[in-house]
Design a protein around this ligand. Structure first.
Ligand SMILES: [Zn+2]
Length: 180
């Protein structure tokens, strides 16, 4: 049975708390202190796991699910159509390191995320970007929180962590597809 819990997310600049810290599904709300008391900005059902107990496996699974939703994707220059994330990984070349702008700025709960981006080159040489755009806010926050914790635990910069994550995503997507 799913344990029901009620979470209160008190949002202030650079501060966000999810309480109580118990597993299960619950309600999250972001409140701002208004002149007549707190104003509820966002209220949404969330999985506690998404925000607080994110693991590396879960984080990568979440990112892969989001990325798979970005396909099919067509190169605006040569018109090549990438039918799936696997097709994209097999036929493009990663360029530079992925960047999570919000993470770089220490913004773990951005209301309007700038987002994360990874760039790869199409065989024709055109740069194609995969981004976090469209990911639900709380899910994105959960990933940011996980990434922040992991950079501290591993002693890595955000870009080093994202580069590692990119490698893991590529490995997993290619491995999973081969099993089919
Ligand atoms: Zn192209």
């Amino acid at each position: 049975m799913m344990r029901q819990a009620r979470f209160k997310l008190n949002f202030k600049p650079h501060d966000c708390q999810l309480q109580p810290a118990v597993p299960g599904e619950g309600m999250a709300q972001i409140t701002f202190g208004g002149p007549r008391g707190p104003v509820v900005l966002i209220k949404r059902k969330i999985l506690h796991d998404e925000c607080v107990t994110m693991t590396e496996a879960r984080a990568i699974e979440t990112m892969i699910a989001h990325l798979q939703g970005l396909f099919p994707k067509t190169c605006p220059n040569c018109g090549r159509r990438f039918v799936s994330l696997r097709d994209f990984i097999l036929n493009t070349t990663p360029i530079g390191k992925p960047i999570a702008h919000d993470l770089e700025m220490g913004e773990l709960n951005p209301l309007h995320p700038i987002g994360a981006v990874a760039v790869s080159n199409c065989p024709c040489g055109t740069s194609l970007a995969l981004t976090s755009e469209g990911m639900p806010l709380f899910r994105f926050w959960g990933l940011l929180l996980w990434a922040k914790r992991e950079t501290q635990r591993r002693g890595q910069t955000p870009q080093e962590l994202l580069q590692y994550v990119r490698g893991e995503i590529r490995k997993q997507v290619l491995a999973e597809s081969e099993e089919l």
